[in-house]
Design a protein around this ligand. Structure first.
Ligand code: F6P
Length: 541
């Protein structure tokens, strides 16, 4: 029997009817009418405290949304991922990043072959390498120990390790400079290397394909920088390592197999932080902290696989996302960490979420007739409060948000942290309950100002709390979002693990690259706008 399209499902239709009934119900009313609401809509998972009570939902909403997940076969889909089925159909690949952090000792297979021995052997190799860099036994070409580690990669080969290195800086070996170069803009490389000594610098070229234009361009320039700085081609093996699934291309670059850390086609770029792609992070925080992060990932993987949907944090997060995206028409989703160390977390999530869910064709190849992934964005609190929160509180758009915070600071100084958290909690309250005319009048606000100083409220958010930011908790948090995205992909019936949408621009850029050459003699076969842009740049170089 042909799979029913999303909007034809009876569960979807029931949700639509239900939405029409409750769309105008306010969070104030919902809380006033049910004193147990915060209990009902909180999951205290042990390490993560997930409060979703400030959402425009009732127990009926949840029952219907969970019914929708059931109708989409979510349980089976989860199993298919964990069992290594080739669920990435358009690239004909399995999707088994969960094996990278499988700490159970139980085999995980792709087509009957246990991948765990290879996963654990790469982890071991990473351990030896990272320890030798950290303790100074890995020497550069001139015999000096390494003080600077530069990860060259882009997308999933940059955002994950860059975000996590920043997030876990508290646990880092401070004598080592770990930096990230991603942009093909030469400024990025030049500014990153400006104050460094090649004798003490190690480059980690991170690229699954080892063909990505930006990464290979940066890697070639870094190679020249080393050769120029150390006056010898022979310096390359002591100053370069590679993280890739393309052994031949790595060898062609001149990096020896001992310095190559492998991963596999069943690891998607944006899901690769726990693969060899995490090497720069491991060098920064050490093997034990890295393993602790993997444990956190693994615990959340188990939670996602085993918990009933009613108590399953990633599933509930996904359902909240679908509720606002598809019923309330919210086109964006804000992620607001109240933790400076998580400054890069929203940028990291942009790739994981938007490259996974930015699709307009369903799994049967038909154009979807509903919205899929929202725009993901965010900044750390409290900075965001002084920038875009005005729109969140009084703008015309509904922007659901996740607030992420920790009960303790890692750098406890005076009352900074108490103020930080007070702000976070206050924002969720202000968004949810707002401030009405009656309150403003009672405060003596002049009548003519009342419309401008009214807060409509009824703006939903999740609050995600943990005691302290540790590697373990970071692992849990990331896995939570990964599985949220997976769940939404199942509901929207899209392929979450391909990214064909990035290809066209790459191909066109190759063509334009040659046309930008001042000696290019051919005709510019483009629409008028593009041809003029090319001419402007060519004439003004
Ligand atoms: O942006 C497209 C993309 O393929 C991402 O999915 C990936 O993370 C990134 O490019 C980098 O790819 P690679 O690791 O192969 O250099």
């Amino acid at each position: 029997m042909a799979k029913r399209r999303l909007r034809e499902l009876k569960e979807w239709k029931s949700l639509r009817k239900h939405y029409n009934k409750i769309r105008d119900v306010t969070l104030r009313e919902l809380f006033d009418n049910d004193p147990q609401r915060a209990d009902l809509f909180t999951i205290d998972e042990g390490d993560i405290y997930f409060d979703y009570s400030k959402n425009r939902i009732t127990p009926t909403t949840m029952r219907l949304l969970i019914g929708l997940a059931g109708a989409r076969g979510l349980k089976d889909e989860i199993e298919r991922m964990f069992r290594g089925y080739r669920i990435n159909k358009t690239e004909d690949r399995a999707v088994l990043h969960v094996a990278l952090r499988n700490r159970s000792g139980i085999p995980m297979t792709v087509e009957g072959v246990d991948v765990m021995p290879r996963v654990l052997s790469v982890l071991d190799k990473m351990k030896n390498f990272s320890e030798s860099v950290r303790d100074g036994t890995w020497k550069g070409h001139t015999g000096r120990p390494i003080r600077n580690v530069i990860n060259i990669g882009i997308g999933g080969s940059d955002l994950g390790p860059c975000m996590a290195t920043e997030a876990l800086r508290f646990y880092a070996k401070r004598e080592l400079n770990v930096r990230f170069v991603s942009n093909v803009d030469d400024t990025h490389l030049v500014e990153t290397l400006g104050d460094l000594d090649p004798e003490e610098t190690l480059f980690i070229v991170a690229s699954k394909t080892f063909t990505t234009q930006e990464t290979m361009t940066n890697a070639e320039s870094a190679r020249k920088w080393i050769i120029r700085g150390l006056s010898s081609e022979k310096a390359v093996p002591r100053h370069f390592a590679a993280l890739s699934s393309n052994a031949e291309a790595v060898a062609r670059f001149g990096i020896s197999p001992e310095n190559m850390f492998e991963f596999w086609d069943w690891v998607g770029g944006r899901y690769s932080l726990t693969s060899a792609i995490g090497l720069s992070l491991m060098i920064s925080i050490g093997y034990n902290n890295f393993i602790s992060m993997l444990e956190g990932f693994h615990q959340m993987d188990l939670h996602f696989r085993n918990e009933p949907f009613e108590r399953n944090i990633p599933v509930i997060m996904a359902l909240m996302g679908v509720w606002y995206n598809n019923f309330f028409g919210a086109g964006t989703y804000a992620v607001l960490p109240y933790e400076q160390y998580l400054a890069r977390f929203p940028a990291y999530l942009q790739q994981v979420d938007m490259e996974s869910s930015g699709k307009c064709v369903d799994r049967s190849g038909l154009s979807v007739n509903y919205d899929t992934g929202p725009v993901i964005w965010g900044e750390p609190g409290t900075n965001g409060q002084h920038a875009f929160f005005q729109l969140l509180h009084q703008g015309t758009r509904l922007v659901p948000a996740d607030f992420i915070g920790f009960a303790r600071s890692l750098n406890s100084t005076g009352d900074h942290h108490r103020k930080l958290i007070a702000n976070m909690i206050a924002q969720t309250e202000a968004l949810a309950f707002g401030k009405d005319e009656k309150q403003l009048k009672a405060e003596g606000v002049p009548v003519h100002q009342i419309p401008y100083r009214t807060f409509p409220g009824n703006r939903p958010s999740n609050t995600i709390l943990a005691k302290e930011l540790t590697p373990f908790i970071l692992g849990k948090l990331i896995a939570m979002y990964e599985h949220k995205i997976f769940t939404q992909g199942v509901i929207w019936d899209i392929f979450s693990f391909d990214q064909w949408g990035v290809e066209l621009g790459k191909v066109l850029a190759q063509k334009i690259l040659s046309e930008l050459d001042p000696d290019y003699k051919g005709e510019l076969m483009h629409h008028g706008s593009t041809a003029r842009l090319i001419r402007f740049c060519r004439n003004n170089r």
